[in-house]
Write a protein of this length. Structure first.
Length: 416
């Protein structure tokens, strides 16, 4: 595996042209500095939680509520809105935030064919019907998502201007929905299994879209042709179990993905394969009867012959739920790190260049003994504040945990 030290890092327009290694190492507190108890219902798990792009807001969703916080002071959050979601089947699968001229707007989805547009400050919700064209009537749309013809939404994102949403659905489908016209624009039968994650490369400046599925593949799309053409621009092959999350570095080149094969992969999309490659590729080495929700995973050390990922990061646990990952902020760290949640109840932080784990932030809260060797409250979603030395993680005990970090005195002098 080649070193990442030669990997190109592209700074944002107008930013100081630091190299990735100009940023000093960050040292996190070993225990969390603050906890926000968010769930009022016993055993209501928090699945999603993110800071806004400017860091002035934080939004989270559990099995029973959606909350929006004012984080202008990131060390003293103020609750702005606490709303009850409509028609939740098991949990809210995903949320997204768009800071519109009239205030923040949110999307959320669950295990059925509807998404909801939420104005958290006005306490209003609008239902968006993302049902499949083969759902003949309302009754069939509400059938069990596993057996009915309807759509189950696993992941969704606003478009750049907030007028469209992009959704990853069950049965390999991608939905493009016009929020202003309240209608489906396109359904694309893309993958061979559920689409667990959709992501823009850079929503503000790019047309590139990524989708990741339980069929183990990442497809690269051009939004301008998505729907007109049902074929992606290329495919990234390497995971040998389903993909739970994709996050982009925002440079139209690099992205990361978490997989149920317990690997976080770092990619360069210039190394993607043509979609025709799938017809003749060697088979994946998938484990028989493996279910990430209630089975442990036997490590697979064999790399697929068509795997062109730059690096693999191992150590965290991608079990029980669709564990998420992301890059550390550009402004404060130069995206020097990759971080991820874990079913073991920890936040793992990896150094991109050295490919080593540099920190593990633990909850130190032991759950009842489970079905696999690790116990703890799974951390599904993690968000690194874009401007302050702070990480927020959502846990299945209904709480949000915060960690601070600081530079060593030596690193601080070097940085100055």
């Amino acid at each position: 595996m080649r070193s990442l030290r030669s990997t190109c890092w592209i700074p944002a327009a107008g930013s100081t042209p630091f190299t990735r290694h100009s940023f000093p190492t960050m040292y996190f507190c070993s225990t969390f500095s603050k906890m926000y108890r968010c769930s009022s219902i016993e055993d209501s798990r928090i699945y999603n939680g993110k800071f806004s792009a400017e860091g002035n807001l934080y939004y989270e969703s559990s099995q029973s509520s959606i909350k929006l916080f004012d984080t202008t002071d990131p060390y003293d959050w103020k609750l702005l809105s606490d709303m009850s979601p409509q028609e939740v089947y098991w949990t809210i699968t995903d949320t997204d935030l768009y800071e519109s001229p009239i205030g923040p707007l949110m999307l959320y989805s669950s295990l059925h064919c509807y998404a909801y547009l939420l104005n958290p400050l006005k306490n209003t919700q609008t239902m968006l019907n993302l049902s499949s064209p083969d759902a003949e009537n309302e009754e069939s749309q509400r059938l069990s998502w596993r057996y009915g013809p309807n759509s189950c939404v696993w992941s969704l994102k606003f478009s750049r201007d907030g007028t469209e949403l992009l959704a990853g659905c069950n049965k390999g489908r991608i939905c493009i929905y016009d929020i202003e016209a309240l209608q489906v624009l396109n359904f694309v039968s893309a993958h061979d299994d559920d689409v667990n994650t959709v992501a823009w490369d850079n929503r503000d400046i790019s047309h590139i879209v990524y989708t990741g599925s339980d069929d183990c593949y990442i497809f690269v799309w051009d939004r301008r042709t998505l729907g007109k053409s049902k074929k992606p621009e290329g495919v990234l092959i390497g995971h040998q179990e389903g993909i739970t999350n994709i996050s982009s570095q925002g440079d139209s080149v690099h992205l990361i993905s978490n997989g149920k094969d317990q690997i976080l992969k770092y990619w360069d999309i210039r190394k993607k394969h043509p979609i025709s490659q799938l017809k003749s590729m060697p088979p994946l080495k998938r484990q028989k009867d493996f279910d990430y929700r209630n089975r442990s995973y036997k490590k697979n050390s064999r790399r697929h012959p068509l795997d062109m990922s730059i690096a693999d990061f191992r150590g965290h646990s991608v079990l029980q739920t669709l564990i998420r990952c992301d890059f550390s902020p550009l402004e404060t760290t130069g995206q020097k790190y990759i971080y991820t949640g874990s079913a073991s109840g920890s936040v793992f932080i990896y150094d991109v260049a050295s490919q080593k784990k540099v920190n593990e932030l633990k909850l130190d809260i032991v759950d009842e003994p489970g079905w696999y060797e690790e116990t703890g409250k799974p951390i599904r979603d993690v968000s690194w504040h874009p401007k302050y030395p702070l990480i927020a993680a959502t846990a299945f005990d209904g709480s949000i945990y915060l960690w601070n970090y600081k530079m060593s005195s030596k690193a601080n002098k070097e940085f100055q």
